[in-house]
Design a protein around this ligand. Structure first.
Ligand SMILES: Nc1ncnc2c1ncn2[C@@H]1O[C@H](COP(=O)(O)OP(=O)(O)OP(=O)(O)O)[C@@H](O)[C@H]1O
Length: 363
């Protein structure tokens, strides 16, 4: 693993009191991989990134980069940020306004001879597609171009690890999408190992080989994006990633193995579920995401449209079944039904995910 965290915790001191921002975080990121940390505001993403960079001391745990110990709270070890060979791109990606694009990119290359420095700068500008703009000043660039200069500047010293904290947050949505694709290609072309922070799920999935979901200072899941979506480790992850609802269900043994009785019919492909005796009486809740609920005129179950949101290619319908169960469904937008109309729906779930029902007090 290029980056390895073991049981990392971080406290801030506020008016003499320790405020816990990160606790018990362990994960590894392989060389050349892109990891993305995602989670709601205040869950500790930026704090964790700052701890990896060495800008905050660890209050517990250990941290290695390229096999080298960078921090160990118990041993009192804390390597200074500038010795960690870690590059950083932050939200405001502040370029030096009085320096040209070329000089900005050359900033971290003072140790190189002039010729090597110039070569590396040109190489980086080519990588980010700005070779024609080397002489410009930052204010003569668009936001997206400035962001690419910031990236070239961070990549130029060939850091072992690049940390990026919401690098696209100040850009508009179209540009964000375009740049995140571009950035992934650039990082892969350069073989850079990178760890991002975002709270945009689409960005996390588009960029990350690995996605980590944080909640209240903890890393609750660290997996491939596909697994985070289809096999969420906790209710929180299931709820945070994608549109979906938890629906009461009954897990039972059917003729072909475990099956799940739901208000939308029986789900037979439940082999990845726990066995029925995992839940008292087999009673559980199943995650039904918007893409698991299919509109089908011939389906025996009818649902009334309570709300609809147009999302271009599809509508997101919020539906209520006759028994009161609420589900959501992503339906191709040529099926334009009215609020109040009843439509046929069925469940088509590739990966059945169940959780124990919440205790009554928590509902
Ligand atoms: N310098 C600080 N001093 C005290 N508490 C802090 C400090 N920085 C952050 N915190 C607290 O630590 C917790 C984690 O904050 P952090 O900025 O890491 O979250 P985040 O997930 O990056 O949030 P966002 O997505 O809003 O940027 C929050 O409760 C925050 O109020």
């Amino acid at each position: 693993m290029l980056l390895a965290l073991e049981d990392v915790g971080l406290h801030y001191r506020q008016r003499g009191q320790a405020v816990e921002a990160v606790r018990g975080v362990s994960f590894g990121l392989a060389r050349g991989d892109i990891g993305v940390l995602i989670g709601p505001s205040g869950c500790g993403k930026t704090s964790l990134l700052r701890a990896i960079a060495g800008l905050e001391p660890l209050s517990s745990g250990r941290l290695r980069v390229g096999g080298e110990r960078m921090a160990d709270a118990e041993a009192g070890l804390h390597r200074a940020p500038e010795t960690r060979r870690i590059g950083m791109v932050f939200q405001d990606f502040a370029l030096f306004p009085h320096l040209s694009v070329r000089a900005n990119v050359a900033f971290g290359l003072a140790k190189l001879a002039d010729k090597e420095q110039a070569e590396r700068v040109e190489q980086m500008l080519r990588l980010v597609g700005l070779e024609a703009l080397g002489k410009r000043m930052p204010h003569q660039l668009s936001g997206g171009q400035q962001q690419r200069v910031a990236l070239a500047r961070a990549l130029a010293p060939a850091p072992d690890l690049l940390l990026l904290d919401e690098p696209f947050s100040s850009l508009d949505v179209d540009l964000r999408e375009e740049l995140s694709q571009e950035l992934r290609a650039i990082l892969k072309a350069d073989g850079t190992t990178a760890l991002f922070v975002t709270h945009d799920q689409a960005e996390a999935f588009a960029l990350g080989d690995r996605v980590g979901v944080m909640h209240q200072g903890r890393l609750v899941q660290w997996d491939e994006a596909y697994t985070v979506y289809h096999r969420p480790a906790t209710r929180f992850v299931a709820d945070f990633i994608g549109h979906g609802v938890f629906t009461p269900a009954q897990l039972e043994m059917g003729p072909d193995g475990p099956q799940l009785r739901t208000p939308l019919g029986v789900l037979r492909d439940a082999t990845e579920c726990p066995l029925p005796d995992a839940y008292p009486g087999g009673r559980c809740e199943v995650l039904l995401r918007a893409d698991d609920v299919v509109h089908d005129d011939h389906a025996p179950v009818q649902a009334r449209i309570e709300r609809k949101v147009f999302r271009g290619a599809e509508f997101l319908y919020t539906l209520r079944l006759a028994d009161g169960t609420q589900v959501v469904a992503a339906v191709p937008s040529h099926h334009d039904h009215h609020v109040g109309e009843w439509i046929g729906v069925r469940a088509q779930v590739d990966h059945v995910v169940t959780f124990a029902p919440l205790p009554p007090a928590a509902v």
